[in-house]
Design a protein around this ligand. Structure first.
Ligand SMILES: *[C@@H]1O[C@H](CO)[C@@H](O)[C@H](O)[C@H]1NC(C)=O
Ligand SMILES: *[C@@H]1O[C@H](CO)[C@@H](O)[C@H](O)[C@H]1NC(C)=O
Ligand SMILES: [Cu+2]
Length: 233
């Protein structure tokens, strides 16, 4: 009895040795901020999300509930922001960064990101070579950053990083989504109109050529990045 109780306690307390990479920190002002200081914490040890119709696709499992435990970092339009990981990305795949603006009067820490409110601000895609080779520039990255457009309107936003791992994506539901949502407060912005806007979930069906794909054989001659075009201001 005693030893089995200990085993249960140990299982509950010890993190998995095969833990996946996680987007843990906001990058702003040239520095990596604290783990889960400005990034909503998930509750699933970051086992990936594979159901593209789940609300877990938005900010990972637990990410819609951890906003009030998360701070909001004030950043200037035109500056470099992004998300950093606890370890380098190791699965072949691609990265998208989306943002969504909280409705005025709603604090980002209590918002759920629902509605057709998300726009893409950055992507790291695959490099193809007519079917001779395919490579994945995101592999090995420990952070992904981008320049906030000068014209982005002031306000509170999610910055959502998404790594789509494609190593077992040859069957439906095989693509693995590693996700986190950071919270920022943009100042010094402009009067731009970010778009096109999509809903998350809703942006993907899982049938996209860049999501339902055998990356090994035959080697894809081209790659179509999932999601809308990047808004660059
Ligand atoms: C956002 O920045 C503005 C301007 O500095 C500030 O007045 C406001 O309190 C900030 N809001 C949050 C949630 O940080
Ligand atoms: C490659 O391009 C073709 C023709 O446009 C398209 O049908 C196919 O889905 C693309 N493949 C990928 C993996 O994006
Ligand atoms: Cu894995």
């Amino acid at each position: 009895m005693k030893s089995s109780l200990l085993a249960i306690v140990a299982t509950a307390v010890l993190p998995s040795v095969s833990a996946h990479y996680r987007w843990t920190s906001l990058v702003a002002g040239g520095s990596i901020t604290g783990q889960y200081q400005y990034v909503r914490q998930n509750t699933n040890y970051n086992s990936p999300v594979t159901d593209v119709s789940s609300t877990d696709l938005r900010c990972n499992v637990g990410g819609l509930a951890s906003g009030t435990a998360t701070q909001t970092d004030t950043v200037t339009a035109g500056s470099t922001v992004g998300l950093a990981l606890d370890q380098a990305i190791y699965h072949p795949g691609v990265v998208n960064i989306y943002m969504a603006k909280a409705p005025s009067g709603t604090d980002i820490s209590s918002w759920d990101g629902s509605g057709t409110v998300w726009f893409k601000v950055h992507e790291v895609t695959a490099v193809t070579n007519g079917g001779q080779s395919i490579s994945w520039p995101s592999v090995g990255m420990t952070q992904v950053t981008f320049t906030l457009p000068e014209s982005i309107p002031d306000g509170q936003y999610f910055v959502r990083a998404e790594d789509i791992a494609l190593h077992v994506a040859q069957s439906f539901g095989g693509a693995q989504f590693y996700i986190s949502c950071g919270q920022i407060n943009v100042t010094g912005g402009g009067n731009g109109t970010p778009g096109p806007l999509v809903a998350i979930p809703g942006v993907y069906t899982g049938q996209e050529p860049g999501i339902l794909i055998n990356i090994n054989y035959p080697i894809p001659a081209n790659y179509t990045q999932p999601g809308p075009a990047v808004w660059s201001g």
